[in-house]
Design a protein around this ligand. Structure first.
Ligand code: GLN
Length: 370
């Protein structure tokens, strides 16, 4: 199926002065007061999109540019929340950084703010390791081996492991995430890491860098995660050496991304498993709905209910300050803003993503409504 481009104003990739003026006038006439302009990048539509990929009525360039600039201006000065400090290197990240990127399922990119600032992906990596094990083992096996239910407890909870019959609970809390890492098919630790990293690179469409400082500050300090992995071993719910899996999991959390990368990675899930920028298939089209379902129930941990109530949209956060929201068939939003709320979710990330989703009428439970 070819993507319809009807009604979407396309701006050439190399921005000419005419295009710059166009963007300027779009802002002027939309009454936008943002200081900073949204940079729009266009890629050619993918040739083949799966049946669960792009749906009709994608928001226009103008609508997205306006709402992204508004979200940036509205929340830029919000100082609520606090950087994570249980991983020491995260406490040192500049709390004021703020970047927002939207990537549509047909490959249009909208960037504003600190979209080139790299930060550790942390728990958002869990989405892509989950994608990998689903691709390797199928969704039914992964459901049985990991679980999909919300805990209503913090992401690093040992109590959840004790209370919930599946033990691993779901792939987006630490216990289930370490078990997911252990489920990646590999002969040894290095091979497991290589597979996880190259899978993340494919989703991002580039070779992501590694944050040594974050890794060093977590790898010997992650006693809680080591304990979770050993407890899972006692229950027979981890699938390689527990401490080896914990170390590889800590490595995957230390991969650097930008808000731009997050949105590209999420857009592949919005687009039925095809990265809309590189046009490469990164996962079979039948898997993203299962991944997005777990993002909806557990992506924001014990705040997942409130988030879903406000937005009707699957999302995943990381304690590095990143947040990724995915509107199936439409677009993905990546935000970077380090200060977190008490659940470990980026404050400005949630505000900006929720604003964009609701202003564009993208709540899945109320399509078209604002
Ligand atoms: N590496 C972090 C941890 O294991 C990831 C947690 C998160 O982002 N919520 O604690």
């Amino acid at each position: 199926m070819n993507i319809s481009t009807t009604g979407v104003k396309r701006i050439p990739k190399s921005m000419t002065w005419a295009a710059v003026s166009f963007v300027f006038f779009v802002f002027l006439f939309s009454g936008c007061t943002a200081q900073q302009a949204v940079k729009t990048t266009t890629t050619q539509p993918a040739d083949i999109v799966s049946s669960v990929g792009v749906t009709d009525q994608l928001p226009s360039d103008k609508a997205i540019e306006t709402v992204v600039a508004e979200a940036y201006a509205k929340f830029k000065t919000n100082q609520d929340g606090k950087n994570a400090d249980y991983i020491k290197a995260l406490a040192e990240v500049d709390s004021k950084l703020f970047g927002i990127t939207v990537v549509t399922a047909d490959g249009r990119i909208f960037d504003i703010g600190d979209v080139q600032s790299e930060f550790s992906i942390q728990s958002i990596s869990k989405v892509f390791t989950y994608a990998r094990i689903m691709q390797e083992h199928g969704h039914a096996a992964v459901k049985e081996k990991i679980g999909v239910n919300a805990t209503g407890l913090p992401f690093n909870s040992m109590m959840a492991v004790e209370m919930i019959p599946e033990r691993t609970v779901n792939p987006f809390v630490n216990a289930g995430a370490i078990a997911s890492t252990s489920l990646v098919t590999a002969d040894d630790s290095n091979a497991r890491w290589e597979t996880i990293k190259s899978n993340m690179d494919a989703f991002a469409g580039r070779t992501l860098s590694f944050n040594e400082k974050v890794y060093d500050s977590e790898v010997n300090d992650n006693l809680g995660n080591q304990a979770l992995s050993k407890r899972l071993q006692a229950y027979g719910r981890i699938y390689s050496d527990p401490l080896e899996a914990t170390t590889v999991y800590t490595k995957q959390c230390s991969v650097n991304v930008t808000s731009h990368d997050l949105a590209v990675m999420g857009a592949a899930l919005a687009n039925g498993g095809v990265n809309p920028v590189t046009k490469k298939k990164v996962i079979d089209a039948n898997h993203p709905p299962y991944i997005l379902a777990v993002m909806a129930t557990a992506g924001l941990y014990d705040n997942a209910g409130s988030w879903l109530y406000e937005t009707g949209t699957p999302a995943k956060s990381g304690v590095g300050g990143g947040i990724l929201a995915v509107v199936p068939g439409k677009l993905a939003i990546g935000v970077f803003a380090p200060p977190l709320d008490s659940y470990g979710n980026s404050v400005r990330g949630q505000l900006a993503a929720a604003y964009i989703i609701n202003t564009l009428g993208l709540n899945s439970f109320a399509p078209g409504k604002q």
